[in-house]
Design a protein around this ligand. Structure first.
Ligand code: NAD
Length: 509
């Protein structure tokens, strides 16, 4: 059982067959792009990039706005393809892929110029100089993406990189290649100049070849295991990378939380995209006084979820069969160590093998894999804790640190807890919204990643921040130029004493 499987081929490129996670019917085939073809694509991108950078923000924004209009006009068609490839509900596809992609195109078309404008900075010491920081494109960006948000996770970094004046070469997941084709189609119709965006089909071999193909940065989204390899290869090639990796997001429910909202947020946070979301809520710590009531409300809501394949439904199938093995082994491990499966805990008996039921576990402990390893499926383990101190200690007792959510009516308590969470981002009284807040830098701590996408930091990460320093007054020479004399040395020593040794110097320095 595999959604993507090799096809017997004699000579030529390796070929893979991709089939629907719902019907198992073949929905497409891809030819794996060879390392030589990857290098050629990067060279074409490099040739196209200078003209694209020279076209300026106005022209680049016009292309993004054209793409936006096309996406709005053709959305039904795009939704159909994405639903067929992932089995997700239409509503979820609209929310996760189309809505978020429209926002990325519009936001970056509108704001990139301002965020990447030259910055004039006063100098605290060298008052006779003037500093301007310019944000220059890096050149060619390699974008490598996963299967769980196949369209938006390829589009969003590409839009940012292109708005910054770069060319991009994208390697989407082999599990969801149709989404990559949509990206090509969208920008072709938007009349993006040839070579500025290239989508390469292929598997890990193609991704690895892209990292080695002479790109100027890699923007990688995927698992910790692959991210580590990509990071190592980038280190060897001395190119920067952002690594957006897996998570084991904790949720903390305080005694003063709005329990109805918290229960709804737990269910949405854990089961959105059938749990195949990097920022899924994967473990809950609820304080003792409200634990029973919170759990009761969660279980009621989970039992009301509709899992299906057509019409209106909430949960779809797993997109990638291998993930089912992980889910089952985590649930079995928990069960064997004493966890209670309150609801779910099995593949759907009616919908087929790729559908795992929405599952709630209680009586879990921190030595269970379900509390420590990324499950990436529709499982919500709930652990009762004595107080917030214990919740924070357990939330931080993880190799991951992608995002977290805290539920309380007190902003002060929320902020105090947020400051102590070892997490790339934190939501208060909500879950899974940070990636959609384009102003917010998004990234992971610990094994959840390196660097950030989105926000000013993310956009500027596709640039080289180049300081340009002007001399303001143009004297014939500077104090520190040749010839070196004892008198010049003594003057510098006086300056040291004055600037860092007197209150007035401290004030002006
Ligand atoms: P994956 O690491 O298996 O694959 C990701 C991409 O890397 C694919 O395109 C794959 O072909 C490619 N690849 C494989 N081997 C490679 C190599 N040696 N060099 C370069 N590229 C290679 O991940 P996946 O299973 O597709 O995605 C699921 C994972 O992604 C989960 O762990 C999830 O948490 C994570 N994820 C993280 C974020 C985030 O923003 N932090 C977002 C979505 C998904």
């Amino acid at each position: 059982m595999a959604i993507v499987e090799p096809i017997e081929s004699t000579g030529g490129a390796r070929r893979l067959r991709v089939s629907s996670p719902v019907t198992r019917e073949t929905i497409g085939e891809i030819a794996v792009t060879s390392p030589a073809e990857v290098r050629a694509a990067v060279q074409r991108a490099r040739a196209a990039q200078p003209a694209w950078a020279a076209a300026g923000f106005g022209e680049r924004a016009r292309v993004m706005r054209r793409a936006l209009k096309i996406l709005i006009r053709r959305q039904e068609e795009f939704i159909d393809v994405l639903v067929r490839e992932t089995g997700r509900s239409r509503m979820e596809t609209i929310m996760m892929e189309i809505f978020a992609s429209c926002d990325s195109l519009a936001y970056h078309a509108k704001h990139a110029e301002k965020i990447l404008a030259d910055q004039k900075k006063p100098l605290h010491l060298l008052r006779t100089k003037r500093l301007v920081i310019t944000y220059r494109p890096l050149g060619v960006i390699g974008v490598i993406t996963p299967w769980n948000g196949p369209f938006v996770l390829a589009l969003n970094p590409s839009v940012q990189a292109m708005m910054a004046g770069n060319a991009v070469v994208v390697k989407p997941s082999e599990v969801t290649p149709l989404a990559g084709r949509l990206l090509t189609e969208l920008f072709r119709e938007a009349a993006l100049p040839e070579g500025v965006l290239t989508v390469l089909e292929g598997d890990g071999e193609t991704g690895a070849a892209l990292v080695e193909a002479g790109v100027d940065k890699i923007s990688f989204t995927g698992s910790v295991r692959t991210g580590r390899k990509v990071g190592e290869a980038c280190g060897r090639n001395l190119i920067p990378c952002t690594l957006e990796l897996g998570g084991k997001d904790p949720m903390i429910v305080c005694a003063d939380a709005d329990l109805e909202r918290a229960a709804g947020g737990a269910v949405f946070g854990a089961f959105m995209n059938t749990g195949q979301y990097c920022c899924s809520t994967e473990r809950v710590y609820v304080v003792e006084p409200v634990a029973a009531e919170f759990t009761r409300r969660v279980v009621d809501k989970v039992r009301a979820l509709r899992q299906g394949k057509e019409g209106e439904f909430d949960l779809g199938p797993m997109i990638w069969p291998n993930q089912l093995d992980v889910i089952e082994s985590h649930v079995e491990d928990a069960r064997s160590k004493g966890a209670t499966v309150v609801t779910g805990g099995r593949r759907s008996p009616t919908l087929g093998n790729m559908f795992y039921e929405a599952t709630v576990l209680t009586d879990v402990t921190h030595d269970m894999r379900i509390m420590r390893e990324e499950t990436f499926g529709p499982i919500l383990p709930i652990l009762r804790v004595k107080d917030e101190e214990e919740a924070i200690r357990l939330a931080n007792d993880s190799t991951y640190g992608l995002s977290a959510n805290v539920w309380t009516r007190s902003d002060a308590r929320a902020m105090a807890l947020a400051r102590r969470l070892e997490s790339g981002s934190i939501c208060i009284n909500d879950a899974a919204v940070t990636y959609g807040a384009l102003e917010a830098p998004f990234g992971g701590r610990k094994a959840s990643g390196v660097g950030q996408v989105n926000g000013e930091t993310g956009l500027r990460g596709y640039c080289y921040a180049t300081p340009v320093i002007f001399d303001r007054f143009g004297p014939k020479e500077e104090q520190v130029w040749y010839p070196y004399t004892a008198a010049k040395g003594q003057l510098l020593q006086k300056i040291i004493k004055w600037v860092w040794g007197t209150p007035l110097g401290d004030l002006l320095g």
